[in-house]
Design a protein around this ligand. Structure first.
Ligand code: SAM
Length: 259
Protein backbone atom coordinates (compact mmCIF):
# COMPACT_ATOMS: atom_id res chain seq x y z
CA UNK A 1 0.00 0.00 0.00
CA UNK A 2 1.56 3.30 -1.07
CA UNK A 3 -0.37 6.39 -0.15
CA UNK A 4 -1.90 8.60 -2.80
CA UNK A 5 -0.15 11.94 -3.14
CA UNK A 6 -2.79 14.51 -2.37
CA UNK A 7 -4.63 12.57 0.32
CA UNK A 8 -1.97 10.80 2.34
CA UNK A 9 -3.01 7.54 3.93
CA UNK A 10 -1.96 7.70 7.57
CA UNK A 11 -2.82 4.20 8.73
CA UNK A 12 0.00 2.91 10.85
CA UNK A 13 0.81 0.00 13.15
CA UNK A 14 1.62 1.02 16.71
CA UNK A 15 4.47 -1.22 17.83
CA UNK A 16 5.05 -0.43 21.49
CA UNK A 17 7.14 -3.02 23.35
CA UNK A 18 5.36 -2.36 26.67
CA UNK A 19 1.97 -1.16 27.83
CA UNK A 20 3.42 2.28 28.62
CA UNK A 21 5.09 2.56 25.21
CA UNK A 22 1.86 1.50 23.50
CA UNK A 23 -0.11 4.14 25.44
CA UNK A 24 2.37 6.83 24.36
CA UNK A 25 2.04 5.71 20.74
CA UNK A 26 -1.75 5.80 21.00
CA UNK A 27 -1.47 9.41 22.20
CA UNK A 28 0.88 10.30 19.36
CA UNK A 29 -1.53 8.72 16.86
CA UNK A 30 -4.43 10.74 18.31
CA UNK A 31 -2.43 14.00 18.19
CA UNK A 32 -1.60 13.56 14.51
CA UNK A 33 -4.88 11.91 13.52
CA UNK A 34 -3.20 8.69 12.42
CA UNK A 35 -5.34 5.60 11.92
CA UNK A 36 -3.99 2.75 14.05
CA UNK A 37 -3.98 -0.46 11.99
CA UNK A 38 -1.88 -3.35 13.25
CA UNK A 39 -1.69 -4.80 9.71
CA UNK A 40 -0.31 -1.62 8.13
CA UNK A 41 2.86 -1.77 6.11
CA UNK A 42 4.50 0.96 8.20
CA UNK A 43 4.81 1.02 11.97
CA UNK A 44 5.81 3.45 14.67
CA UNK A 45 8.01 2.42 17.59
CA UNK A 46 9.48 4.20 20.58
CA UNK A 47 13.24 3.82 20.85
CA UNK A 48 15.74 5.37 23.26
CA UNK A 49 16.79 7.61 20.32
CA UNK A 50 13.24 8.83 19.58
CA UNK A 51 10.09 8.03 17.63
CA UNK A 52 10.97 5.60 14.84
CA UNK A 53 9.25 4.60 11.60
CA UNK A 54 9.78 1.09 10.31
CA UNK A 55 8.78 -0.48 7.03
CA UNK A 56 7.64 -3.94 8.00
CA UNK A 57 8.09 -5.56 4.58
CA UNK A 58 11.67 -4.20 4.32
CA UNK A 59 13.48 -5.41 7.44
CA UNK A 60 16.84 -4.40 5.90
CA UNK A 61 15.80 -0.71 6.17
CA UNK A 62 16.90 0.70 9.50
CA UNK A 63 14.07 2.37 11.45
CA UNK A 64 13.88 6.02 10.45
CA UNK A 65 14.40 8.51 13.27
CA UNK A 66 14.85 12.22 12.72
CA UNK A 67 18.01 13.31 14.46
CA UNK A 68 19.06 16.86 13.70
CA UNK A 69 22.08 17.34 15.87
CA UNK A 70 24.12 14.16 15.70
CA UNK A 71 25.05 11.70 12.96
CA UNK A 72 25.50 12.79 9.36
CA UNK A 73 23.17 15.77 9.55
CA UNK A 74 24.88 17.03 12.71
CA UNK A 75 28.23 16.81 10.92
CA UNK A 76 26.85 18.60 7.85
CA UNK A 77 25.44 21.50 9.84
CA UNK A 78 28.66 22.01 11.78
CA UNK A 79 30.54 22.27 8.46
CA UNK A 80 27.85 24.35 6.70
CA UNK A 81 28.92 27.68 5.25
CA UNK A 82 27.47 29.88 2.54
CA UNK A 83 30.39 28.85 0.34
CA UNK A 84 29.90 25.08 0.67
CA UNK A 85 26.08 24.93 0.77
CA UNK A 86 24.54 25.65 -2.64
CA UNK A 87 21.21 25.76 -0.80
CA UNK A 88 22.39 28.90 1.02
CA UNK A 89 23.13 30.65 -2.25
CA UNK A 90 19.88 29.37 -3.75
CA UNK A 91 17.73 31.06 -1.11
CA UNK A 92 19.80 34.25 -1.48
CA UNK A 93 21.91 34.32 1.70
CA UNK A 94 24.53 37.00 1.18
CA UNK A 95 26.79 38.86 3.60
CA UNK A 96 24.69 39.46 6.71
CA UNK A 97 21.35 39.01 4.90
CA UNK A 98 19.28 35.98 5.93
CA UNK A 99 15.89 35.60 4.20
CA UNK A 100 12.88 34.23 6.00
CA UNK A 101 11.99 30.88 4.43
CA UNK A 102 8.94 28.65 4.23
CA UNK A 103 9.92 25.06 3.47
CA UNK A 104 6.60 23.92 2.03
CA UNK A 105 7.67 20.28 1.49
CA UNK A 106 9.55 19.72 4.74
CA UNK A 107 9.96 15.92 4.63
CA UNK A 108 12.73 14.91 7.04
CA UNK A 109 13.51 18.59 7.67
CA UNK A 110 17.15 18.37 6.63
CA UNK A 111 17.24 21.28 4.18
CA UNK A 112 15.18 23.43 6.56
CA UNK A 113 17.58 22.60 9.38
CA UNK A 114 20.65 23.59 7.34
CA UNK A 115 19.02 26.93 6.47
CA UNK A 116 18.21 27.51 10.15
CA UNK A 117 21.79 26.59 11.08
CA UNK A 118 22.98 29.25 8.63
CA UNK A 119 20.80 31.84 10.37
CA UNK A 120 17.46 31.87 8.48
CA UNK A 121 14.11 31.90 10.24
CA UNK A 122 12.43 28.83 8.77
CA UNK A 123 8.81 27.67 8.92
CA UNK A 124 7.97 24.16 7.75
CA UNK A 125 4.87 22.59 6.26
CA UNK A 126 4.45 18.86 5.73
CA UNK A 127 1.27 17.26 4.52
CA UNK A 128 1.87 13.66 5.55
CA UNK A 129 0.87 13.29 9.21
CA UNK A 130 3.28 10.41 9.93
CA UNK A 131 6.19 12.46 8.57
CA UNK A 132 4.99 15.49 10.54
CA UNK A 133 4.89 13.38 13.74
CA UNK A 134 8.49 12.22 13.15
CA UNK A 135 9.58 15.77 12.36
CA UNK A 136 8.00 17.21 15.50
CA UNK A 137 9.60 14.46 17.58
CA UNK A 138 13.02 15.27 16.09
CA UNK A 139 12.49 18.99 16.70
CA UNK A 140 11.46 18.53 20.32
CA UNK A 141 14.60 16.52 21.06
CA UNK A 142 16.81 19.00 19.22
CA UNK A 143 15.27 21.97 21.08
CA UNK A 144 16.72 20.46 24.26
CA UNK A 145 20.19 20.00 22.82
CA UNK A 146 22.71 21.96 24.89
CA UNK A 147 24.67 23.33 21.93
CA UNK A 148 22.02 24.04 19.31
CA UNK A 149 18.71 23.98 21.18
CA UNK A 150 18.45 27.71 21.77
CA UNK A 151 19.06 28.96 18.25
CA UNK A 152 17.06 26.07 16.83
CA UNK A 153 13.96 26.81 18.90
CA UNK A 154 14.18 30.43 17.79
CA UNK A 155 14.65 29.71 14.09
CA UNK A 156 12.97 26.45 13.07
CA UNK A 157 9.37 25.43 13.61
CA UNK A 158 6.80 23.12 12.11
CA UNK A 159 3.55 24.94 11.37
CA UNK A 160 1.64 21.67 11.35
CA UNK A 161 0.24 19.18 8.90
CA UNK A 162 -0.75 21.04 5.79
CA UNK A 163 -0.15 22.21 2.30
CA UNK A 164 0.48 25.49 0.55
CA UNK A 165 -2.72 26.91 -0.82
CA UNK A 166 -4.84 25.93 2.17
CA UNK A 167 -5.39 28.04 5.30
CA UNK A 168 -2.30 27.88 7.56
CA UNK A 169 -2.86 29.39 10.99
CA UNK A 170 0.29 31.08 12.30
CA UNK A 171 1.98 31.31 8.89
CA UNK A 172 4.08 34.47 8.48
CA UNK A 173 4.55 35.49 4.85
CA UNK A 174 8.12 34.48 3.92
CA UNK A 175 10.62 36.07 1.56
CA UNK A 176 11.46 32.69 0.07
CA UNK A 177 9.39 29.55 -0.47
CA UNK A 178 11.47 26.39 -0.82
CA UNK A 179 10.07 23.31 -2.58
CA UNK A 180 11.59 19.83 -2.78
CA UNK A 181 8.83 17.52 -3.98
CA UNK A 182 9.39 13.79 -4.16
CA UNK A 183 10.70 12.67 -7.53
CA UNK A 184 10.78 9.12 -8.95
CA UNK A 185 13.90 7.44 -7.62
CA UNK A 186 14.88 5.96 -11.01
CA UNK A 187 16.49 9.29 -11.97
CA UNK A 188 19.09 8.93 -9.23
CA UNK A 189 18.55 5.42 -7.92
CA UNK A 190 22.14 4.77 -6.89
CA UNK A 191 22.18 7.92 -4.87
CA UNK A 192 18.93 7.47 -3.06
CA UNK A 193 19.56 6.64 0.55
CA UNK A 194 17.47 3.96 2.23
CA UNK A 195 15.75 6.52 4.44
CA UNK A 196 14.68 8.51 1.37
CA UNK A 197 13.41 5.28 -0.24
CA UNK A 198 11.35 4.60 2.86
CA UNK A 199 9.98 8.14 2.83
CA UNK A 200 9.06 7.77 -0.83
CA UNK A 201 7.28 4.47 -0.15
CA UNK A 202 5.33 6.19 2.61
CA UNK A 203 4.34 9.46 0.94
CA UNK A 204 4.21 8.49 -2.74
CA UNK A 205 5.49 10.58 -5.62
CA UNK A 206 3.97 14.04 -5.13
CA UNK A 207 2.38 13.89 -8.59
CA UNK A 208 0.55 17.14 -7.83
CA UNK A 209 3.83 19.01 -7.24
CA UNK A 210 3.40 21.27 -10.29
CA UNK A 211 0.51 22.96 -8.55
CA UNK A 212 2.76 24.14 -5.74
CA UNK A 213 4.69 26.58 -7.89
CA UNK A 214 1.91 29.14 -8.42
CA UNK A 215 0.92 29.15 -4.72
CA UNK A 216 4.56 29.48 -3.74
CA UNK A 217 5.08 32.44 -6.04
CA UNK A 218 2.00 34.20 -4.67
CA UNK A 219 3.33 33.86 -1.14
CA UNK A 220 7.07 34.50 -1.54
CA UNK A 221 8.02 38.17 -1.62
CA UNK A 222 11.46 37.50 -3.14
CA UNK A 223 11.89 34.10 -4.74
CA UNK A 224 10.81 30.49 -5.02
CA UNK A 225 13.52 27.83 -4.95
CA UNK A 226 12.86 24.33 -6.30
CA UNK A 227 15.27 21.43 -5.76
CA UNK A 228 15.40 19.13 -8.80
CA UNK A 229 17.37 15.93 -9.37
CA UNK A 230 19.68 15.62 -12.37
CA UNK A 231 17.78 15.41 -15.64
CA UNK A 232 14.40 16.34 -14.14
CA UNK A 233 12.32 18.87 -16.05
CA UNK A 234 11.53 22.14 -14.27
CA UNK A 235 8.45 22.10 -12.07
CA UNK A 236 5.25 22.74 -14.06
CA UNK A 237 7.47 22.95 -17.17
CA UNK A 238 8.26 26.57 -16.29
CA UNK A 239 11.73 27.78 -17.15
CA UNK A 240 13.39 29.20 -14.04
CA UNK A 241 14.87 32.71 -13.87
CA UNK A 242 18.21 31.11 -12.94
CA UNK A 243 19.58 27.85 -11.59
CA UNK A 244 22.43 26.64 -9.45
CA UNK A 245 23.98 23.26 -10.29
CA UNK A 246 24.77 20.78 -7.51
CA UNK A 247 26.50 17.37 -7.67
CA UNK A 248 23.15 15.53 -7.78
CA UNK A 249 20.92 18.01 -9.57
CA UNK A 250 20.18 21.70 -9.32
CA UNK A 251 18.21 24.42 -7.60
CA UNK A 252 15.79 26.26 -9.92
CA UNK A 253 15.20 29.87 -8.89
CA UNK A 254 12.06 31.84 -9.73
CA UNK A 255 12.44 35.48 -8.83
CA UNK A 256 9.29 37.07 -7.58
CA UNK A 257 6.58 37.55 -10.20
CA UNK A 258 8.75 36.05 -12.92
CA UNK A 259 6.56 32.96 -13.41
C1 SAM B 1 11.62 14.89 -0.99
S1 SAM B 1 10.75 15.14 0.49
C2 SAM B 1 11.50 16.61 1.12
C3 SAM B 1 12.82 16.36 1.76
C4 SAM B 1 13.33 17.58 2.51
N1 SAM B 1 13.71 18.64 1.60
C5 SAM B 1 14.46 17.24 3.43
O1 SAM B 1 15.48 17.93 3.39
O2 SAM B 1 14.31 16.30 4.24
C6 SAM B 1 9.19 15.74 -0.01
C7 SAM B 1 8.21 15.93 1.13
O3 SAM B 1 7.24 16.89 0.73
C8 SAM B 1 5.98 16.52 1.21
N2 SAM B 1 4.98 17.19 0.34
C9 SAM B 1 4.75 16.97 -0.96
N3 SAM B 1 3.79 17.79 -1.44
C10 SAM B 1 3.43 18.56 -0.40
C11 SAM B 1 2.48 19.59 -0.27
N4 SAM B 1 1.71 19.98 -1.29
N5 SAM B 1 2.35 20.19 0.92
C12 SAM B 1 3.12 19.79 1.98
N6 SAM B 1 4.04 18.80 1.92
C13 SAM B 1 4.18 18.19 0.74
C14 SAM B 1 5.97 15.01 1.10
O4 SAM B 1 5.00 14.44 1.96
C15 SAM B 1 7.40 14.68 1.50
O5 SAM B 1 7.50 14.43 2.88
Amino acid sequence: MVSSDSDPVASIALLGDSAAAQATLVNIAATWQLQPDQLARFGLMLTPQGLALCQRDQPRFKPLIIDFVSGRLGYRYRQATVANEALARAVGIQGGYRPTVLDATAGLGRDAFILAALGCQVQMLERHPVVAALLQDGLQRAYFDKKSGIWLSERLRLLGVGSLGSEQPGLRAPEVVYLDPMFPARHHRALVKKEMQMLQQLVGLDRDADQLLASANTLASRRVVVKRPKGAPPLAGLKPSAWIPTPHGRFDLYFNNKL
